[in-house]
Design a protein around this ligand. Sequence first.
Ligand code: SF4
Ligand code: SF4
Length: 296
Amino acid sequence: MCHWCNQHGDRDHKWYERVENYLFNKVFPTPEDQERVKQEMVKTFADTEWRYSDAEFIRNHDFLQARASKGFSSQIVIKEEMLRILKIAEEATKREDSIMVAGHCPCRLVYEGTRDYVCIGFGMPVTMSMEIGYGRLPGEGLTEYGGAEWKNLRKELRKGAKVPLKLEEAEELIDEWEKRGLWHIVMSRGRLPLIEAICNCERRYCTYWMNRFRSGVKEYVLKGHYIARVNPLKCTSCGHCFDRCQFGALHYSKTSDNVDIDMYMCFGCGLCYSACPNEAIELISRAKIPAIKNLW
Ligand code: SF4
Ligand code: SF4
């Protein structure tokens, strides 16, 4: 079990498998807590929300470490886990009368100037952040959602086909993102153990990846609970998995005509596994391998 599971999971569930961790009113039970979170959100929007990908922050180890210690964290999950996560998230949104929305990736916007809708947010933080000014960008003021009263906004949002996002639509998106070769992460945005979003990303854009690998703050993206292993007897060296690994764990050796996966580098995203037409890659629990079971 990873440290988030030890702190926020239970005997039978990982931290992202407990519905309680998706319920704002469970994680922040008192009106004082809830008001504090809302005020922090307002402040974050005003201060840094859309600047966190700026170079000055990416290079600022202390700033990033402080954010990580407040609960800015994520973990790699495989597609099958992500589908279960969405079901739990949907149950939580029904219980709290909040919503699930597809949002654009702020990292891509910063690095490429494009809006690619590869993130899904859910629960009360999405609801509240829309009320505060969701989608606000530097110099752009507020979007059509920004600054609205939630009770009016909710009525408007529900008229749209994908806002709120339906569970079946979210599941289709996960499929599409898996085919595109985007890894999946489940995240808390500074309010651990509250789980409030998933992202589907790749190395060249992902700020969380950069915070771990360039700035050395590994809590930003923990390794997943699985690792991949190749069965050489089934592998035909067909090449479908060669470009899937963004963590440098999977290599093909032309000399030996073999695929090799380095278990120390594997993050367990499962992208090689889903690409293999010959079922030559299996995903095994990290917990079962003594050498890596505590490497997150
Ligand atoms: S996709 Fe499967 S069969 Fe093809 S090279 Fe990779 S492991 Fe081998
Ligand atoms: S080896 Fe496979 S499961 Fe491991 S990180 Fe690379 S693509 Fe993901």
